[in-house]
Design a protein. Structure first.
Length: 335
């Protein structure tokens, strides 16, 4: 994990639009919530449960142990802790739920910038009942074609079950695809298939597999997933967070849930519109008549207001960062 302070210098050079969450969330979907569990201070990954509506899986970054937490978005409370038996975690950075309710945990962080020759992915079945339990996960050994690298983004396609990793680099990373069927007994080599123009801290597929969302500390990108490859679409809104580390889609695909590190960290919902909506959600909107002219006018008005607010908040953020860096420079010069 790279400290947020290290990223502030980059923010001072580029004005990044800040996000204003949608004013009215889908009443049938989860809204924003805070993680109340005092044990969870470095929430680094986030994944919506397929088995239990309203539940989100998360985990700490490091120095916590092999634990995965089920958090109820209605209350922010942990309703189950899954202990992964027989493993010694090193730098757990991501989590994703694949087909059949299989949960994948990515021990893929590398603060040495590519100093570890191999990393690991752990997989277990999402429990039918939410209670504290211990499981023995399947362990996959991972290496990258082209050598080691740092990564914080693990995602599993909900239809094919193929596992992907996005490397983390301030100049942009790469999307790496694992074998079509991973082996628990050998080494799984992930091959680079596309560039990702973002300093990625997490990523997720939409529930129907038609969209790929990637986030960094200060911005986000969304791609159309077509024929096993990403096609860039645009930039979904991103809330201002103390250290933005995670993202996942809501189960209906209509919104993104953004998480951050810190005690009682906030998970913020941001609704999606137009082509950023997954194919299944776009089709439902059309069938429900939500694409009427009145609805479009309201959306256009909301988008205009949000855009104006984004520019104002983004400018204030950059100004604050500039003042902070100037102050730090003066302190160091006095020493």
């Amino acid at each position: 994990m790279r400290s947020l302070l290290c990223a502030l210098g980059a923010a001072a050079l580029v004005v990044v639009p800040a996000a204003v969450p949608a004013a009215a969330a889908d009443p049938d979907g989860p809204s924003s919530f805070s993680i109340e569990d005092q044990r969870i201070t470095e929430s680094s990954g986030l994944a919506a449960s397929r088995e239990h509506p309203g539940i989100y899986w998360t985990h700490n970054d490091s120095d916590d142990g092999p634990y995965v937490y089920a958090v109820d978005s209605a209350t922010g409370r942990t309703v189950a802790t899954v202990t992964l038996s027989g493993i010694d975690t090193r730098d757990v950075e991501a989590i994703s739920v694949g087909p059949g309710g299989r949960v994948y945990v990515g021990d893929i962080g590398d603060n040495l910038g590519g100093g570890w020759p191999e990393v690991w992915i752990y997989q277990f079945q999402e429990p039918k009942e939410l209670r504290d339990t211990t499981v023995t996960p399947v362990r996959y050994t991972v290496r990258y074609d082209g050598g080691p690298r740092d990564a914080e983004s693990l995602l599993v396609h909900p239809k094919t079950g193929r596992v992907y990793i996005i490397s983390k680099h301030e100049d942009g990373g790469g999307l790496f695809a694992g074998p079509k069927r991973m082996s628990a007994s050998g080494v799984n080599t992930f091959e680079r298939i596309a560039d990702i123009d973002l300093w990625a801290t997490d990523a997720a597929f939409s529930p129907d597999g038609s969209r790929l969302a990637v986030r960094s500390y200060f911005s986000a990108l969304e791609y159309r997933w077509k024929d096993g490859a990403p096609e860039r679409l645009g930039q979904p809104s991103l809330p201002i967070q103390r250290q933005g580390e995670s993202v996942t889609f809501t189960p209906d695909g209509r919104a993104l849930m953004y998480g951050t590190e810190g005690a009682r960290s906030r998970v913020t919902r941001v609704d999606l519109r137009s082509e950023l909506l997954p194919d299944s959600a776009e089709q439902e909107e059309s069938e429900d008549g939500k694409g009427s002219s009145g609805a479009r006018d309201r959306n256009d008005s909301d988008s205009s207001l949000e855009s104006d607010l984004n520019l104002v908040v983004g400018a204030l953020l950059v100004a604050g960062v500039a003042v902070l860096l100037l102050g730090l420079g003066r302190i160091f010069r006095r020493r």
